[in-house]
Write a protein that binds this ligand. Sequence first.
Ligand code: NAD
Length: 774
Amino acid sequence: MAINKVAVIGSGVMGSGIAAHVANAGVPVILLDIVAPGSQNRNVIAEQAIERMLKTDPAPLMHRDNARLITPGNLEDHLGLLADCDWIVEAVLEKLEVKHATYEKIEKARKPGSIVSSNTSTIPLKDLVGSLPERFQRDFLITHFFNPPRYMRLLEIVKGPNTRADAVAAIDEFCDVRLGKGVIHAKDTPGFIANRIGGMWIQSALQAAFDLGLTIEEADAAMGRPFGMPRTGIFGLLDLVGIDLTPQVAASMQRTLPKDDPYLRIYKDRPLIAKMIAEGFTGRKGKGGFYRLTKTAEGRVKESIDLQTGQYHASVEPALASIREKEPGALLKHEDRGGQYARRVLGLTLAYAAALVPEIADDVVAVDEAMRWGYTWRFGPFELIDRIGVDNVVALLRAGKIDVPPLLEKAAGKSFYRESNGQLEYLKVDGSYAPVKRRAGVLLLTDIKRRSKPVAKNGSASLWDVGDGVLCLEFHTKMNALDPDIMAMLMRGLDTVKKSNGAFKAMVVYNEAENFSAGANVGLGLFAANVALWPFIEEGEAQGQNAYKAVKYALFPVVSAPGGMALGGGCEILLHSAAVQAHAESYIGLVETGVGLVPGWGGCKELLTRQVTNTRRPGGPVPPLMQTFETIALAKVSRSAAEARDTLMLRREDGITMNRDRLLADAKAKALALVAGYQPPKPVILNLPGPTGAAALKLGITDLVHQGKATAYDAVVAEQLAAVLSGGDTDITQETTEDQLLALERRAFQALIRQPKTLARIEHMLDTGRPLRN
Ligand code: NAD
């Protein structure tokens, strides 16, 4: 059954986040809340929720316009709006009686066969609907989103004994494909999967820091990065989510967990935490938390709380030898406080996770995915056990007098995951292995790499046969910075398709790193500039221009499929591709001015061409020039793929994929759809205004310098950009070819890279990751 219209009841933190994300999927959504007592405007709560969405950072909406898909209303006047909704999500207060009253209202208004779900974190499904008519139970399930719904990938689905299988399937598919969530099926047990294990992790880390006398910096350093857990560590995480949540979670766990649950054994009330909450020190949303920033004469100082005295003091870098280790196994061997702490916290958490399969989830894969997607762990608990070694973990538990769960005993001498004939397998609870199955339609390069050899490979990039006649170019440098080896492999890829006699029909540019590409390897450029290797730099620029031109004019489609950052040269390849299939979370922009340069691989040329030939914008030679100039000079980066359409970095015809795991399959399909009758684009000839246009652009930047919004060197860079975009020494009656524009890019780029202030910007970017405003 199709989900074409959704309603969300409750417009608080979660309800508004879910409604925003449904709108991100392009689906209309009704957002209802109670009538605010004493307010003239009966919709004020839901309306204000929508206003907040537009102001919240990080933004719940992928594009401001998506807010128009959300219709606010209230639960007294607008229940009728539920009548044509296919899915109704309840996200009201976490109180059983409030939820029951809400279901009664929904039941009166909804159409037969519509699906109802609750976003509850703690109330078992049997309590939510056990007393309701079977008709309602059949259409009901739990859909547990994580906060914030746009960014947290996990969605836990819990069905009841009477839930219709087709209702579960419909929600599963909608949330996976349309909302892009990582859908995990959990059982109706307290905290489901992620919060159950996450709760133990947080509680054991909190208690152990008190018991073993660690500073919070030591605890956070020991538990964060070495194990691939969030860098905030536990105390930083509690500050972020709100310390007041701790006793609430504990109370719910105490209410719902079996009496012999290890969580209840380790839990202790800590007077310091009660005092912090009572006095408003609830974390970032309150007066401060375990950490706080205090303003002093010298600027802002980071302070942290002493767990023993409850007093704040200036934060001290932890100096333990253990936490300098990068490998989890090495850290765990240390005898200092850091090592002891990590053994205790990990021992309790990993043993807990192993003891809960299959009680809370069918297999270890679901648990690992839930922790990666819901708690942003880099490795799930069983992946972590494999990294440390099953036998080492068992020894660690025995030494720490922690019960060794049967599943770990079964895994002795083995691992939870293994590769067999190019197939990833996991250990089942019966001790045998089974293949890790991907969902229908999911295609991962990681899997292809397991079962095949690259068509070609060098240190920076590889070519893979991804099936159905599609060749995939994968970058694999640090941050996927583009270098001469990548350009060489790109050319090799184009050549491979061309000479394959039809065995390959198209190419996709895709990788599974966090970021598609952070742009050209400016470190290499800086090195060459410092030793005046100008020919190397000139060649590098020409190589990139030629490679991207070859992408554009290939006789077969090249489809680029970014996810995460696609900046500078990483954006320029998109601009030259026949089409783009972007992950919804793509951050696309030409950021070269930030390092004192202009786009030099055809980025100026392509964006300008798009603006000039864009029929949606009003005519005249100057507006498209202005638009391009502004986008590049301000180094604008889209905060989503949808936003990238505003700057024409993406075209209307380019595709957007919500689920990262479906990006390669979608990019492949897009490429194959273009194959029949494919014609490369015709070269565009532009009529550009020349010096008069450049002068107009310069006026704007001079103004900004006067207002103190741009530096004098920003103006130098912008002038070079203006010279490129206005077409150089030309006027509106003359024609400018693509090659002429490329030559102008080269001239501007080569002039700027010889400037000390540009080199200072590059150096600063490499050192700090931030632009220098010199
Ligand atoms: P919230 O307090 O931000 O929002 C609750 C909403 O319920 C408010 O908009 C409020 O006006 C509305 N409400 C109050 N009384 C009501 C009534 N009598 N009838 C109908 N609506 C009423 O809470 P939240 O954090 O958004 O939590 C909502 C649900 O999501 C809860 O079930 C919670 O357990 C769950 N949840 C929360 C998080 C989280 O991180 N906050 C994460 C996952 C799940």
